[in-house]
Write a protein that binds this ligand. Structure first.
Ligand code: NAD
Length: 486
């Protein structure tokens, strides 16, 4: 199949500051690679602190001079609905660009565009339905809560499902009345620049949205340390989160941290095995395994362990790995050669830490590009690195357990605590197990499908603070108490 290149693909990506596309002050750029060929297809402006200063100044003026922060919620919501409509109308173009830039299968990239639109609609609905609190002390006082946007929000996002994850921060930040500076991941800057036109057409005033491309250590670091940015919403690796946490301390910034994971999928012998196999395959091999909530450890009750491993491996071997733009593809190309090397190093390590039952390397028919066959290791011990460390690719570790107690111990025996998946037909056990598991989110007998009203976030090394529903709006808002004598 010839490699598909989207029409009108830009060859240069700029920052977007105060309603204008601009290059870096120092003119510096970096190469952006196509993950199928690993050839540069575009250059991107490489932001430094001078560019962040300009972006923050524009966002600050848009915040202090308005009108965005002081608009009625209903008026802001209208703009957010228009953004959602535009994202949906451009689904094909967006999905093609996202697939080209990230290597995600095209069928899955389409879903990401729809979810991005939904995020804007959802947070528009939330602000329209917001209630203000008031407390009366009879005959003495009335105390009311004055909700206001915090200011310029710094948004730092990763390269997996970039457009959708950007929307998950942009939508609540803008809904709350904040102005923003977005620093997207350097591996995948293509889709972020689409926001500028979409926002402009939807009527977002200039300066409310600003975008600075560049490396984390330069542009990201400058944003984190900028004294006029009172809060940082970060999604990325736990190690980066730890560093950002330290850097935010100097200015006592508000922080939301959505970090890494090594989530368990626990399959009890009484589970619907067909459904559990379908879902655990999807859980780690969809989105190329580059999914924060991937069920990358599967714990299986011993009485069904052999059957599970055999059926799982047979299905994993049938997964279609190929060009991300081919609608038949189920696993595309990993995002970048650096990430490919990291994932392949775990595949090699796994051969000494477990029993290889599926995959284990590149597909024979793909000599170039960042392709990895869906890989499964069985009999993985809990002290193995492939059990403990986030691989972030199509690689799974399978481990047997004898009883519920051991399953819980294994499930909780990692530093992460983002998601968990529990498969059992014993509902009492299912609830008991779910409640004891150290994870911010548990899916019981269920795929990873989100309800946007519920909390999203991790515990332990997987994050700090939770997003979702009103929690996201609260993060981007101050609540001021006003006391009035009666
Ligand atoms: P990363 O931590 O390398 O980078 C994330 C972002 O942070 C990028 O924009 C990067 O440029 C920036 N950055 C890096 N160093 C920085 C610094 N010193 N200061 C400021 N910014 C800096 O993560 P990644 O490799 O892009 O993404 C994959 C990781 O993200 C995985 O660990 C995955 O689990 C996690 N993730 C978590 C969630 C969640 O909701 N919990 C969602 C998606 C991805």
């Amino acid at each position: 199949m010839t490699h598909f290149v989207p029409e009108n693909l830009p060859t240069h990506l700029q920052h977007y500051i105060d309603g204008r596309f601009v290059d870096s002050v120092d003119g510096d750029t970096f190469d952006v690679l196509d993950p199928v060929t690993n050839q540069p297809y575009a250059s991107a402006a490489s932001g430094k602190s001078a560019d962040i200063d300009l972006a923050v100044a524009a966002a600050r003026t848009a915040f202090t001079d308005g009108p965005w922060p002081t608009m009625k919620n209903r008026e802001r919501a209208r703009v957010l609905y228009a953004i959602a409509d535009a994202v949906e109308a451009e689904e094909t173009e967006l999905a093609e660009r996202e697939t080209f830039d990230t290597g995600l299968p095209i069928t899955q990239a389409r879903g990401q565009a729809r979810r991005a639109a939904e995020n804007f609609r959802f947070f528009a609905d939330v602000i329209v339905a917001l209630r203000d609190d008031a407390y009366k002390v009879p005959g003495t006082q009335i105390n009311y809560v004055n909700r206001k946007p915090v200011g310029v929000a710094g948004l730092i996002t990763p390269w997996n499902t970039p457009f959708m994850l950007e929307s998950w921060k942009l939508a609540p930040a803008l809904a709350s009345g904040c102005t923003v500076v977005l620093k997207p991941a350097e591996f995948t800057p293509l889709s972020a620049s689409l926001w500028a036109r979409i926002f402009e057409n939807a009527g977002l005033p200039h300066g409310v949205f600003n975008l600075v491309n560049g490396f984390g250590e330069e542009a990201g670091d400058a944003l984190v340390k900028h004294p006029k940015v009172p809060l940082i919403s970060f999604t990325g690796e736990s190690a980066t989160g730890r560093l950002i946490f330290r850097n935010c301390a100097e200015n006592l910034k508000g922080m939301s941290m959505e970090l890494g994971g090594k989530s368990p999928a626990v399959v009890f012998a009484d589970a619907d095995l067909d459904a559990a196999i379908d879902s655990t395959l999807f859980g780690v091999y969809s989105l190329n395994g580059e999914r924060c909530t991937a069920g990358s450890r599967i714990l299986v009750e011993r009485s069904i362990y052999d059957e599970f491993c055999e059926r799982y491996a047979a299905r994993a071997d049938k997964i279609v790995v190929g060009d991300p733009h081919d609608p038949a593809t189920e696993v595309g190309a990993l995002v970048h050669p650096e990430h490919y090397e990291k994932v392949m190093s775990y595949v090699e390590l796994g051969k000494s830490e477990g029993r290889l039952i599926a995959g284990g390397g590149r597909p024979d028919d793909q000599p170039d590009g960042n392709y990895v066959r869906p890989t499964a290791f069985a009999d993985v011990k809990p002290d193995a690195r492939i059990f403990q460390e986030e691989i972030f690719g199509p690689v799974v570790a399978i481990t047997p357990f004898d009883d519920e107690r051991e399953a819980l111990q294994l499930a909780n025996d990692v530093k992460y605590g983002l998601a968990a998946y529990v498969w059992t037909n014993d509902l009492e056990r299912g609830h008991r197990f779910s409640q004891n598991i150290e994870a911010g989110m548990v899916w019981m007998n269920s795929h990873n499908v989100r309800d946007l009203r519920t909390p999203f976030g991790g515990v332990k090394a997987s994050g700090l603070g939770q997003e979702g529903g009103q929690r996201s709006i609260d993060f981007y808002s101050e609540e001021q108490a006003v006391h009035v004598s009666l």
